[in-house]
Design a protein around this ligand. Structure first.
Ligand code: GUN
Ligand code: ZN
Length: 450
């Protein structure tokens, strides 16, 4: 059964950076003021176009869901996030290495308990959807139970998600350690169980070089060889003390990325979070191997890690996606990440164009995860994971946006001031998965639930 969604359509078919700059973002930007998005059987997009052209051609009985005055966009793609850290977001006082020891490892130790994992995964997925994020590349904890829990919840909600069990066999408390051997066998079992099942994919997930022995990294590389479709997900060059530690732990490596390269971890499906302090050779190897950087602006500011050089990534032609890095990042909202990304580039004397920013959070993220044939844009055949944005979501936003004179200005204001309140609805495969429209039932109202 087809459903038609009416509203302002906004989506990208390419990187605005490479498609010619203009006030309206060039050919890459598609903006239909009064459009119609047709979603058919199985939640795939059937047609996209002007409301006035398509409305007369709809088969009899097609329901039209009216989101006029709001913006329909592909859902956000979060290229780096930790679901076990949901409960410790906004932890005070420290930078990366101390933050891991003080806040992160104790919380992650709870995820040996499958039921606990399910509970937090439910909360996590709800929070993603409330913020308009429909796909994410997700760290579990070291415990395979954490990944079983996450995938079970994501599968029930029909979400397109990529996740993996952390591999870490040193420099952490016993409660969050595996061994090289168990990390290999447990990851392998999880791949066999989950990879490619429904909308789920697996990412081999060594935490970062300091918490893996060279043997464990080699075994991560072996998994990539044995299962060619799986992803590699880790951290890279985030914090100066971390980089110094890697140098000390791996004296025979040329630089941080070389540690991963020697283990065979680079490639098209390899996503490295942060990459703030990369040298030229690291960038060259990232580009040559078509590896990806997940830029995590909120986290980089919150943990005081540094100012990401987006221009350098563009110069080398490295694919970049945006990650919230919750709980190092202090928000689930892609808008908060984009606002922080803009400010980071300001401190580097670079302007992050609002079209480019939204591209990075949607199709750019899908490309970073090699999923751009399925999600990230509105084209017939793609999966209908989309969001409905309300530029008048709050009284103040209505006041501010009424003064916008162009689409670019409106989008910049939304990128900068937007948050979960702007996400009026989130659809997964064409079905409503979240809405801010309150359906107050009399009983709840009388109990004072609202
Ligand atoms: N490096 C190693 N582990 C982590 C983590 O959990 N968060 C962040 N931001 N960086 C890391
Ligand atoms: Zn992280």
């Amino acid at each position: 059964m087809t459903t038609a969604f009416r509203g302002t359509l906004l989506y990208f078919t390419d990187d605005p950076l490479s498609s010619g700059k203009s006030a309206e973002g060039g050919d890459a930007v598609h903006h239909i003021q009064d459009g119609l998005l047709l979603v058919g059987e199985g939640g795939f997009i059937e047609r996209v176009g002007e409301y006035s052209e398509l409305i007369g051609e709809l088969p009899f009985g097609v329901e039209v869901v009216d989101h006029s005055g709001k913006i329909l966009m592909p859902g956000f793609v979060d290229c780096h996030i930790h679901y076990p850290q949901t409960e410790m977001i906004a932890a005070y006082g420290t930078q990366l290495l101390d933050w891991l020891e003080t806040h992160t490892f104790p919380v992650e130790s709870k995820f040996k308990d499958y039921d606990y994992g399910v509970k937090i995964a439910e909360r996590f997925c709800t929070e993603l959807l409330r913020n308009g994020t429909t796909t994410a590349l997700v760290f579990g904890s070291v415990h395979p139970e954490s990944v079983d829990a996450f995938f079970t919840v994501a599968q029930q909600r029909k979400l397109r998600m990529i996740a993996g069990k952390v591999m870490m066999d040193r420099h952490a408390p016993d409660t969050v350690l595996d061994t090289a051997e168990t990390s290999y066998t447990e990851s392998k079992a999880l791949i066999e169980k989950w990879h490619g099942k429904d909308r789920l994919d697996y990412a081999v997930t060594p935490r970062f070089a300091p918490t893996s022995t060279p043997e464990q990294l080699q075994l991560a590389g072996r998994l990539l060889e044995e299962f060619p479709g799986v992803y590699l997900h880790t951290h890279l060059s985030e914090n100066k003390d971390e980089i110094a530690w890697v140098k000390q732990l791996f004296p025979d490596s040329e630089h941080y990325l070389d540690v991963y390269d020697q283990a065979g971890l680079l490639g098209k499906r390899s996503v490295f979070a942060h990459g703030i302090h990369l040298c030229d050779d690291e960038c060259q190897r990232m580009a040559d191997s078509d590896s990806v950087v997940a830029h995590c602006p909120s986290s980089n500011l919150f943990l005081g890690s540094g100012l990401f050089d987006l221009q350098k990534m563009d110069d080398y032609g490295i694919r970049v996606g945006i990650g919230s890095d919750v709980g190092g990042g202090s928000s689930f909202s892609a808008f908060d990440s984009l606002a922080d990304a803009y400010k980071i580039q300001q401190l580097r004397d670079v302007n992050l164009d609002p079209f480019r920013a939204l591209y990075l959070a949607t199709l750019g993220g899908a490309k970073a995860l090699s999923l751009d044939d399925r999600i990230g844009s509105f084209k017939p055949g793609m999966e209908a994971d989309f969001i409905v944005l309300d530029p008048k979501a709050t009284d103040f936003l209505a006041f501010r946006t009424q003064h916008c004179k162009s689409l670019k200005e409106l989008l910049f204001v939304l990128n900068t001031l937007g948050d979960d309140r702007v996400v009026n609805a989130t659809y997964i495969l064409g079905e409503l998965a979240h809405t801010t429209d309150m359906i107050v039932d009399a009983e709840q109202a009388s109990e004072g639930a609202y």
